[in-house]
Design a protein around this ligand. Structure first.
Ligand code: 13P
Ligand code: SF4
Length: 304
């Protein structure tokens, strides 16, 4: 049996759906039922009727699917595929920060531990951080944003809200330097620059549009330009090229690689479906407390 047939038969046997993030290896994206950004995949996880979800992405994404759908079996093909940014703040550190700022509300980026979501008032993704800050708060509110200082600062400036940011960051995105973008712009003067808000402010300032990964796909489809410089993890070039075969894409930096996203291979996906491993298991109390922040975000998205 070839691997496509094997995956199809295992999916049928277990009534499973495969979700893959836009940064996954091309061959993993190709066998997925749905690909997308953190927000899109969270929504898919909530909508699917399958008993089993194989989450090809990093740990916090699979955890989010579990929080949204606790009755489903959520599997991740490699349990060591973590997100270093998510590990940059613990629940205990957030509790201390809240004690220092008792009047503040907490917004956590979805790239965070479940225990941190459980301590937060609102969750957000890169696709809706600015919208959430603007819609959920007014100018006088004090807001704590964790863990990504770059997304938090960018969204706060755009929404004109009063935000204290935690000092978390994504090392892969910080490798996209302004000089890389300027060099690529000199080589491709007609190209539009699209960047992810996890990047450095100095790099973001050089971009034509600041977008989540799926936001980039939507933007490119509508744009009349035929060339784009892409300031995010280089896996993003694959879905962009696949969905837009007549357009050209150049990575802002070849160094923007997320090694954790690349831990999920086709072999691991097959083993995961054969053995139904590795299952996401969270304490019921963490699931119930973290649901509030995630469902508030999903409710805001429905209203948008
Ligand atoms: P998106 O939600 O934009 O896909 O981003 C997730 C992520 O981890 C970016 O590094
Ligand atoms: Fe985390 Fe950065 Fe990888 Fe995204 S690219 S999963 S933020 S380490």
């Amino acid at each position: 049996m070839n691997y496509q047939d094997e995956i199809a038969s295992l999916k049928e046997k277990h009534n499973a759906t495969i979700l893959a993030h836009n940064y996954q290896l091309p061959e993993v994206q190709d066998i997925a039922d749905f690909t997308g950004d953190s927000l899109g995949l969270s929504i898919k996880a909530s909508e699917t009727k399958s008993d089993v979800i194989v989450f090809c992405g990093v740990y916090f994404m699979a955890e989010t699917a579990k929080i949204i759908s606790p009755q489903k079996k959520i599997l991740i093909p490699d349990k060591n595929a973590g997100c270093p940014m998510a590990d940059m703040i613990t629940a205990s550190q957030l509790r201390d920060l809240k004690k220092e700022n008792p009047e503040a509300k907490v917004v956590c980026y979805v790239n965070s531990l479940a225990e941190v979501k459980a301590e937060s008032n609102y969750c957000c993704t890169s696709a809706n951080a600015e919208y959430m800050l603007r819609e959920a708060f007014n100018e006088n509110d004090k807001i704590l944003f964790v863990p990504d200082r770059y997304l938090g600062s960018f969204a706060a400036q755009k929404a004109e809200r009063n935000v204290i940011v935690w000092n978390g960051f994504c090392a892969s995105h910080l490798r996209i330097l302004p000089e890389h973008i300027l060099q690529k712009k000199a080589q491709h003067p007609e190209a539009e620059v699209l960047i992810h808000p996890e990047a450095l402010a100095e790099s973001v300032n050089l971009a034509d549009a600041v977008l989540s990964t799926s936001g980039m796909l939507t933007y490119v489809k509508k744009s009349l330009s035929s060339e784009f410089i892409i300031g995010t993890e280089i896996g993003m070039l694959y879905p962009l090229q696949k969905q837009n075969p007549d357009k050209k894409f150049y990575p802002a930096s070849d160094l923007a690689v997320c090694p954790n996203m690349k831990k999920i291979t086709l072999d691991k996906v097959i083993t995961c479906l054969q053995n139904l491993e590795f299952e996401i298991d969270l304490p019921a109390e963490i699931i119930s407390r973290s649901r509030t922040s995630i469902f508030r975000m999903l409710d805001f998205v429905k209203k948008a």
